[in-house]
Ligand binder design. Sequence first.
Ligand code: GAF
Length: 433
Amino acid sequence: MDRDAAYLASVLGIGFCEPMLLPEAGLSASESTGSFESDSMTKQKSESAIPEKLAERFAARYGGEARVFCAPGRVNLIGEHTDYNDGLVLPAAIDSYIWIAVGLREDEVLEVCSENLQQEAQISLNERNPRAKKKWSDYVQGVAVMLHAAGIHLRGANLLIHSGLPSGAGLSSSAALEVSSALALLAISGQSLEPLEIAKLCRRAENDFVGTRCGIMDQFAACLGRAGHALLLDCRSLEYRALPLPPNLTMVICNTMVKHEHAGGGYNTRRAECEEGVRLLQRKLPGIKALRDVSLPELEAHQRDLPDSVYRRCRHVVTENTRVLSTVTALRDGDLTALGKNLAASHRSLRDDFEVSCHELDVMVELALRSDGVLGARMTGGGFGGCTINLVHTERVNAFCESVSTGYQQATGKIPDIYVSKAGAGAAEIVQR
Ligand code: GAF
C-alpha cells in the first residue's frame, strides 16, 4: 500500500477497498431532488416513461421486443485531471442517463440509431482493420471492437439510442454511451463481464479507437455509481470506496452552454504536458512513475528543471490529489467549510495552473460563490466549457438556481441549463414491469 492508500485507510478508519454492491437491475426511473422547476427539471421528471416508450418505438421501427439498458452521466466532486496521472478522484453518477433499446438481427451488422441526432449508422462486425470515422457512432463501434479484441463473440443487433444527457457539457455522455452500448451488446450476445472490467474495456475504446487519451474516471462512475454516494477511486490500484454524501446537501449542476470537444484537442495536450513533467522529473527523482508519486516539496525543489507551463500543470495535479484527501476527511467529519474551501481551491488551480477553465466557467463559479446556501463550487470534468458542480444546502436550492441563472444571463447573454441531481446508481438493465 503506498502512502496515499495508507492515509486513506487511516482517515476512513477501515480498509480502503470495501466491496460495493453491483448496480441493481430494474433501476427505478429518475426523480429530481428539490423543487426548482426549470425546463430541465420537468424533463428529468418525465424520464420515468423513457424505457417503455423507447421499447415501443423500437418495436415500431425494427419489430420485436427490445431489452433496455441505461448508463448515467457523472459529476466529479473533486480530483480533476488526476485520473490519467495515477491519482485520486471523487466522482458521483448522476440521475440523467443514456438509454439503449436493443434487439437481435440476423446478419453481422450493428445498426445504431440516435433519436436525439436523428441519425443512423451501420457497423459491420466483420470489418477488417476498423478505424474511427469521427462520428458519434465511433463510441459504439469502439466498444464492439474492444469486446471482439477481448475474445467476446458479438451477434448482430439493432440499437435505438435515446440520450437524456447533454453532449459536450462535461457530464460524460461519451462514457455513458460506451457503457450502455457494452451492456446492450454483451447481453444480446449472451455474455457478461464484471462492472470494473466493462469500465476498463470502455476506456480502451475511447483511448485506442476514438482517440481521446482519457483516464478511467468517467467509465468507472458510469459502471459503479451508487445512489447517495460519491466514489473515491485510486486510479492506480483501482481500489475504491463509496462515501455517503451529506443528506442535507444537494448537487446542482450548472451548464455554461459552452461546448467542449475532447478528441484530439486541449485535453490530450494537457495529458502530454503531464507526461513531459514526469519525464523531466524522473531525471532527478528516478523512482517516480507518475505525478501521483511526486510531493509538493519535491516538485518545488525541481521547479527550475521544468518549463513554467509544465511546472504549473504538475503543481495542479500534485495539489489536487492532496485536496481529494482533504475533501474525504471533510466529508467524514461533516466539515462543510473545509469541503467548500477545497472545491474553490480546485477551481482556482484548474483556472490558473492547469488552464482548462474558460470565462463562462469562471463567471458561473463566481456567481455561485456569491449566492446564499452554497457550500462549494467549481468547474467539473475536462473543462474548456461544460458545467460547474455546486454543493448547495437543500432548502436553499430554489433561490440558488434563480440567482445563478439570472446573474449568468446578465453577465454572458447565455441562458444556462441547471440540473438538480441526486447521486445515482450505475449502469443497469431496465426490467419492464
Ligand atoms: C474527462 C476525462 F474523460 C476523464 O478521464 C478525466 O480526465 C476528466 O476529463 C478530468 O478530470 O472527463
